[in-house]
Design a protein. Structure first.
Length: 326
């Protein structure tokens, strides 16, 4: 049993993408593994259940049976906002609403108390709130890179959350916004896609200097970056953010879930994400929700072991902070 003033750790099935897509692990395999990883389950709608954006009765029965069998707790449902799905135009607000509401209903049917929202739903959030209230759901904007806490876009989302002031509406920070460095695997991956070492290293220098993606790309293209490789470089600015973990204090009253994004583990720690500082801020702010470990690194021999190592790190940092506060 966890102390009353502590958070709990679980896992998002996004962590198992490599094994799931390769048919190494079934959905039931992932449910069993989740029971050994804190017992909290987070799924991503379009990736993990049939009938999306709704949900089939067959999946609902199977999922609830597995929850009971494995003694699991559903923590967060990852909804999608895809306004660019049509080839000739963006979705209208009405169409986006029609796409999102079935996802809220699916989350409620499956027993999830929290739904991750993406940025694009900010145009329809006040139309979604009555559904969340009726379904007894909490909806939260995911603060995923490039939505650092300090960015203009996130400031707009925070203003909206504070103005509406609903218990059914909040924020879900993703730890990728608290990066200290660019992962080695990402540097290697970009080079393997044909980008020169010189350009990749300069890109990392520009990221370290907190240069904007727009200004960095101008310089890198002038150095000879092929336009076909721009997307590879943009992955750096789309995966690693410069938020200060202490900034969590400002938004603490609105945090309803937390994504523990990580890319690697070395000697019991994640070298590229400022997890100890983030955990310190969460503990100081009295966060008592779930942290879903979310692995987004390269394929490894044992993803389960890596996730367990990550959770051990989170709990070690939490224990250290709780002892220091006594």
């Amino acid at each position: 049993m966890k102390p009353d003033n502590s958070f709990r750790v679980g896992v998002t099935f996004h962590s198992f993408t490599n094994e799931y897509c390769a048919l190494q692990w079934s959905f039931e395999d992932m449910m069993f593994l989740a029971s050994l990883l804190g017992g909290g389950v987070e799924i991503v709608g379009p990736a993990h259940h049939r009938g999306f954006p709704g949900v089939t009765a067959e999946f609902e029965r199977a999922f609830k049976s597995s929850l009971e069998r494995n003694q699991l707790i559903p923590t967060c449902y990852g909804s999608y906002a895809d306004p660019f799905m049509l080839p000739d135009r963006d979705l209208t607000p009405d169409e986006l609403l029609d796409y999102t509401v079935p996802q809220l209903k699916a989350a409620a049917k499956l027993g999830f108390p929290v739904v991750r929202l993406q940025y694009f739903t900010h145009t329809i959030i006040e139309r979604l709130l009555p559904y969340a209230e009726k379904l007894n759901l909490k909806m939260g904007y995911e603060l995923h890179v490039p939505l650092t806490i300090e960015s203009p876009e996130t400031r707009m989302l925070i203003e909206q959350v504070t103005r509406i002031a609903s218990p059914h509406f909040g924020l879900i920070p993703d730890s990728g916004i608290f990066a200290r460095s660019v992962s080695r695997f990402r540097i290697r991956q970009i080079q393997e896609q044909g980008v020169s070492r010189e350009i990749v290293l300069r890109a990392v220098e520009l990221w370290n200097a907190k240069t904007s993606a727009e200004d960095a790309l101008k310089e890198l293209i002038a150095m000879g970056l092929d336009k076909k490789s721009i997307g590879q470089i943009e992955m750096i600015w789309g995966s690693y953010g410069h938020s200060e973990p202490e900034a969590l204090a400002e938004i603490m009253p609105y945090i309803i879930h937390f994504h523990g994004k990580f890319y690697s583990m070395f000697d019991g720690d994640e070298p590229d994400i400022r997890f100890e500082e983030a955990v310190r801020a969460l503990v100081a702010g009295g966060y008592q929700g779930w942290i879903s470990s979310e692995y987004e690194g390269p394929p490894v021999e044992d993803t389960f072991a890596l996730l367990r190592e990550h959770q051990d790190m989170l709990l070690r940092y939490q224990e250290k902070c709780l002892k220091a506060a006594q």
